[in-house]
Design a binder for this molecule. Structure first.
Ligand SMILES: Nc1nc2c(ncn2[C@@H]2O[C@H](COP(=O)(O)OP(=O)(O)OP(=O)(O)O)[C@@H](O)[C@H]2O)c(=O)[nH]1
Ligand SMILES: [Zn+2]
Length: 218
């Protein structure tokens, strides 16, 4: 079978090189002593703040925070593309598949503070090649549970789908609120950031692109 989207995969690989440093989609290994090391570092932070990490309320905090980080950043050690291998064929379906309102929580890699919101994903299947709807949400979830940039999260959702499903087109829209803008720094509560990516045939057809984009926005 020919690879109609090979050029798109290459384009994505090139884009990721220049974007916020290289952080490929592939998972990385988790060191065996990760929990102990994170707990030790959290204890250091508490001490550096002048706190007593042995007082009753903080005694178990380093371990808790370590387990929390391993959970909320656990997507580093999973491959988001794995989920997309569960595929079905539906030759008669020629239209787009749109999954809206996929809630996610991520961590901004600049401050390690949460950003969270919704991802909306559309793809145009090639040859009726579909994946399970939940698998798109699982893919978003793995990529979100990493130190991320919203732009990279958006790109990597599209790149994962392109690589595994080889669709004719993909569009992803992510809207999120960043705690690093709300809790600190500019302290701007309530502003939302929207990022989009369009790949494949929808890049070339402005009318169709606008139609899919309006469906994505809901
Ligand atoms: N493009 C992009 N920027 C982000 C994201 N998450 C956080 N940032 C921004 O990363 C920037 C880091 O800027 P720096 O000047 O290095 O850090 P800072 O002094 O803490 O910046 P302020 O937030 O302006 O106080 C800030 O402008 C953040 O708003 C993201 O997902 N995408
Ligand atoms: Zn930030």
């Amino acid at each position: 079978m020919t690879k109609p989207t090979a050029d798109l995969v290459a384009l994505d690989a090139a884009r990721h090189k220049g974007q916020g440093g290289e952080r490929p989609i592939a998972p990385i290994a988790r060191p065996d002593d990760a929990e102990t090391r994170i707990a030790g570092a959290v204890r250091e932070i508490l001490e550096a703040l002048g706190e007593d990490p042995d007082r009753e309320g903080l005694f178990e905090t380093p371990g808790r925070v370590a387990r929390m980080y391993l959970d909320v950043l656990g997507g580093l050690h999973e491959d988001p593309r794995d989920h997309l291998h569960k595929q079905f064929l539906a030759d008669q379906h020629e239209g787009a598949v749109i999954v809206r309102d996929i809630g996610f929580h991520s961590m901004c890699e600049h401050h390690l503070l949460p950003f969270f919101g919704k991802a909306h994903v559309a793809y145009l299947p090639e040859g009726g090649r579909l994946t399970g709807l939940s698998k798109i949400a699982r893919t978003v979830n793995v990529l979100a549970r990493r130190p991320q940039l919203q732009e990279r999260l958006t790109d990597q959702i599209a790149a994962s789908i392109i690589e595994v499903l080889e669709p004719k087109a993909v569009m992803v829209l992510v809207e999120a609120e960043h705690m690093c803008m709300a809790m600190r720094g500019i302290r701007n509560v309530g502003s939302r950031t929207v990022t989009t990516v369009v790949r494949g045939t929808w890049q070339r057809d402005a009318a169709l692109r606008a139609e899919i984009m309006s469906l994505l926005k809901g």
